[in-house]
Structure formats: C-alpha cells, structure tokens
Ligand binder design. Sequence first.
Ligand code: 5GP
Length: 143
Amino acid sequence: MTTYDPNNIFAKIIRGEMPCTKVHEDDVAFAFMDIMPRADGHVLVIPKAAARNILDIAPADLAALMPSVQKVAKAVKAGMKADGITLQQFSEPAGGQVVFHIHFHVLPRWDGIALRPHTGAMEKPEILEAHAAKIRAALADVR
Ligand code: 5GP
C-alpha cells in the first residue's frame, strides 16, 4: 500500500489518541521525542497535514513545515548543548521508513560521538521528559 493510512501511529499521536512526549505544536507542525532515540534529545517533527512521505506531501505543506523543522533543530542543538545536528527523512520501506506519516528526525550530535544503533529498546519516560524539558526551554529563545 502506498496511500496514506489515517490510522498510522503518528496520526493518532497528533489526534491525542496515543501518548507522546511533546516539545512543540503549532497550526502546521507537531514535534515530540522519538521513543527509541538514537541520540539523547532525538526529536521527530511532523506536519499535521496528511502525507506519507517526501514523495506525496503537497509542496505547500512541506514548505509550511520546514520553518518548524529549523526551529526545533536550533532548540535541540541549544537545549542539548550539542555541537551539530543530523537531519534525516526516510521514504518507503526501501528508504528505511517504518512509520508512514512523513517525519523529520532531528538528532543532536557531539564531536566524536556516533549515533546509537537501532536496538528496538524504548527509552524511560522520565529520561525523555528530562530531555524534552531542556528542548522546550531552548525553544522559547529560538528566533
Ligand atoms: P522511520 O519511519 O523514519 O524509520 O522512523 C520511525 C521512528 O519513529 C523511529 O525512530 C522510532 O523509534 C519512532 N517511533 C516509532 N513508534 C513510535 C511511537 O509510538 N512513539 C514515538 N514517540 N516514536 C515512535
């Protein structure tokens, strides 16, 4: 299936039907902690608009989302005291996509420290919340 499924897990998170550790929400964007972070402070930024991935999102919806991706990237770098940011977006299973609501991974990076491998292990909610609190605080200062 390559159509959008409105019951995917991220659509449920936007609708409040599934929990998440939220860091940002506005009219077009929603950002929350990745439950299996590949780095401390790993955030996912998604549009509220329905789209499966980079291949089907309406250009206007993508354009409306990107300022939030940039804003969250700045806040993740500042809040997590990182040296840099890795931005990732996977499309379709062959591209590494697992959840089929378009999302951008915002990964804080520190000099000389590799990303953790995907282990399938979920982070403790209190750890996710501690990282989210730092990122939310930094968001307040992002211009
Ligand atoms: P992708 O589709 O780009 O490969 O990655 C999906 C990402 O979503 C993974 O990094 C995974 O850890 C994360 N993820 C999957 N299910 C959930 C969930 O229910 N809640 C949250 N917060 N993250 C999830």
